[in-house]
Design a protein around this ligand. Structure first.
Ligand SMILES: [Zn+2]
Length: 401
């Protein structure tokens, strides 16, 4: 995860869509399904982030987490993803001195077969990594937001699919990768050893840190990255009705690069979506505890992800890879808003005699502010300006925050 998301969160990027109390979507079955409940998300997080699980980084803690997820899959009567091996995919480590191969970690996967005989060989994968940092210098790192919250999301989305009267046409795969915190080793192993051909995967969805907002600011932005690489994905996401307090903000994935389990799928040109709220002060700290999550927010994001998966699972034309995405003005507006807020907060600090930005920082920020204003006025970003945009985001990150 990246501090750029903090910037974007500061800016209140994106747009709200949907109205408070809007009726449920017309595509839903006759018997209206209840929305995913905050209490259901909380139950999973409180267990997965409890001290007993030792930050899901020790062998014992990871074992308990993996068993928990497998039991939920079994209760939902989802099929094991890895054939004879069941719900677990072992990730081998280095050979021992005796020539034995050690087990470094385990991915956990299950599937809900599609109901359409013609489409059931096409897969939508919903994933959330379950490992975290474990115990370091005697301190447990519970990883409640990173990433117990998203595992809870995945489990509740799975339940909703199972309990729905209308089964998805395509097959849904629920995947909890291990070793994300070790250079994405779990998802890399999965992509290198897929249980079914990767060409069958029409969409890969993953999420990180959906229960907090960056900087703990009272902003409801959920960042959605990657939609620019899959045909029709942005329209699907924007077509979902969300509560007024949850604002969807699309961002190009190149603004943050590879930060999570979508990376290996991106390399293989599998269309993907990454949902994240971004970093907060407790990110990768022992203080990332279950009591600090906003469960209503996590439930809203879970519902959004369910709706997106359901639509893509049933849509006639699934997303295909788009190598040359067109970026709109959303990101420019976001950057502009960020710099506006930065300059305003520096102005306020200077009137109190304590500048927030150095002169060089102020120059950089002002420059971005001015150039983004020009792009907005012109109504387009020229092709040669996008590399500048990416670089500017990174300079802002590195020098200002
Ligand atoms: Zn993570």
């Amino acid at each position: 995860m990246d501090i750029i998301l903090l910037l974007l969160c500061l800016a209140g990027a994106g747009h709200a869509h949907g109205d408070e109390g809007a009726p449920s979507k017309s595509t839903q079955p006759a018997k209206p399904l209840e929305r995913i409940a905050p209490a259901a998300i909380r139950r999973h997080v409180e267990y997965l982030a409890s001290p007993m699980l030792e930050g899901r980084g020790t062998p014992r803690g990871k074992q308990l987490a993996a068993e928990y997820i497998r039991r939920r899959f079994e209760e939902l009567r989802l099929q094991p993803l890895f054939g004879a091996a069941g719900y677990f995919q072992e990730i081998p480590g280095a050979k021992t001195d005796e020539g034995q191969t050690s087990v470094m970690g385990r991915n956990i996967g299950a599937c809900l077969p599609g109901s359409d005989p013609k489409l059931k060989d096409e897969l939508i994968i919903l994933s959330a990594h379950y490992d975290h940092l474990g115990v370091r210098r005697g301190k447990i790192y519970p990883g409640a937001d990173d990433n117990a919250g998203s595992v809870a999301m995945m489990l509740e989305v799975a339940r909703k699919f199972v309990e729905s009267d209308v089964k998805p046409a395509r097959t849904l795969v629920f995947l909890s990768c291990d070793l994300e915190e070790n250079l994405l080793w779990g998802s890399r192993w999965f992509v290198a050893h897929p249980p079914r051909p990767l060409g069958q995967v029409k969409l890969f969805v993953t999420a990180e840190m959906i229960g907090r907002t960056l900087g703990d600011l009272p902003l409801g932005a959920i960042f959605v990255l990657g939609s620019e690489h899959g045909t029709g994905l942005k329209q699907v996401v924007d077509g979902v009705t969300t509560p007024a307090e949850l604002k969807v903000a699309h961002l190009g994935i190149d603004l943050i690069g590879t930060r999570s389990d979508y990376g290996p799928f991106w390399n293989e040109k599998v269309p993907f979506l990454f949902f994240s709220g971004g970093e907060h002060p407790d990110y990768h700290q022992p203080t990332d505890t279950a009591d600090r999550l906003d469960y209503m927010r996590a439930a809203h994001v879970s519902q959004l992800i369910f709706d997106v998966c359901q639509q893509v699972a049933n849509v006639v034309e699934p997303p295909s890879w788009n190598d040359k995405p067109v970026h709109g003005l959303d990101e420019v507006r976001t950057l502009h808003r960020i710099t506006e807020l930065l300059l305003a907060s520096d102005d306020a600090a200077r009137t109190r005699g304590q500048a927030k930005l150095s002169n060089l920082q102020r120059f950089t920020v002002s420059n971005v502010h001015t150039r983004t204003a020009q792009m907005i006025e012109r109504g387009e970003v020229r092709a040669d300006e996008r590399p500048w945009l990416i670089r500017s985001s990174q300079i802002l990150l590195l020098t200002v925050f």
